[in-house]
Design a protein around this ligand. Structure first.
Ligand code: MG
Length: 323
């Protein structure tokens, strides 16, 4: 069941201000049927749909009153991936209402985000007992018990089939491999990795915190539930499931989306990245640290600091890799 997050107003405000950094959010309110009592909701459902809906099916209709943005901005939000993600992950249906449109010097108001904190999930925040079961087109079967076995199998299968994608899963499935990833839509039998979660649970000023997992999209609510379980304020964390896409590409895009108008540079000047997979670390070094594409938009003081999570004899340690 999806609940309204405790600090939903702040969370929604942050999401909108991140999307429209020159805007200024004046109010965040629930509107429409979201404001009804549970009894009234049921009554309205019966009238409208003929049955009482589960809370999961219900949207929270939220109006954000915002100054300093244009009608185009409002439209851009309405059709954005960000809006869709809030809808899919939280059932938040957010519409923007412009309360003032007069401000001339919006650039002055851009908040320096400064730091992105990006955490991988599996084997970084938690150790889980997720297995992947595979059946190849030749009839052979395998159970891959951890990330290492997973990567070895996928690399070998990709080489065998001539697949060159960053993540071979989708291509292999297209070739008839049956790959059961259902353990990754839940958080299976987790052990918290406290050396990381102790860092995660403190939210520094001027930073945004993301969990970026290569898991598929249907894993997001399980990860948010797990954060709740271990006492981390999920409203402070955005979860991104890259569906196997390159994390380096996603980070480069995040930087390129936050360009300050006056300098032409990204307002992200530091990325702290916590990750166990060397494959992902190499990818991020290539696409963020050594990227030619980002040269023009990187602030001169830009820093990428990678903390590689390693399990050494049952103890988790962090190894620092600087850009
Ligand atoms: Mg991992």
């Amino acid at each position: 069941m999806k609940l309204l997050l405790e600090n939903w107003r702040e969370f929604v405000k942050q999401e909108i201000e991140e999307f429209l950094p020159h805007g200024e959010v004046r109010a965040v309110e629930r509107i429409g049927s979201s404001t009804l009592s549970p009894e009234d909701k049921v009554e309205q459902d019966l009238e409208k749909y003929g049955y009482a809906r589960d809370d999961d099916e219900r949207d929270f209709d939220i109006e954000v009153q915002i100054a300093g943005v244009s009608n185009e901005d409002v439209e851009e939000w309405a059709f954005s991936e960000e809006a869709e993600e809030l809808e899919n992950s939280y059932n938040y249906d957010i519409q923007l209402t412009i309360v003032e449109n007069w401000r001339k010097f919006v650039n002055e108001e851009i908040e320096p985000i400064t730091t992105l904190r990006i955490f991988d999930f599996d084997e970084t925040i938690a150790h889980t007992r997720s297995e992947t079961r595979v059946k190849a087109p030749d009839g052979s079967e395998a159970t891959l018990r951890d990330q290492k076995e997973f990567e070895e199998y996928m690399n070998a299968a990709a080489a065998k089939e001539g697949v060159e994608a960053f993540d071979a899963v989708d291509a292999l499935m297209g070739l008839g491999y049956q790959i059961d990833l259902s353990d990754f839509s839940i958080v299976k039998d987790p052990d918290e990795i406290t050396v990381i979660t102790d860092i995660l649970r403190n939210f520094p000023e001027n930073s945004k915190t993301y969990i970026m997992t290569a898991r598929r999209g249907n894993s997001i609510s399980a990860i948010i539930d797990y954060l709740d379980e271990i006492g981390i304020d999920a409203g402070e964390v955005r979860v991104i499931a890259t569906q196997g896409d390159s994390k380096g590409d996603v980070m480069a895009t995040m930087m390129a989306q936050k360009i300050m108008k006056d300098t032409g540079k990204s307002n992200i000047n530091k990325i702290e990245y916590y990750e166990d997979s060397q494959k992902n670390i190499d990818d991020v070094l290539l696409k963020v640290c050594n990227s030619e594409q980002l040269i023009d938009i990187k602030p001169s003081n830009f820093e990428l600091i990678i903390y590689k999570v390693a399990n050494i004899g049952g103890e988790y340690k962090l190894e620092k890799i600087a850009c």
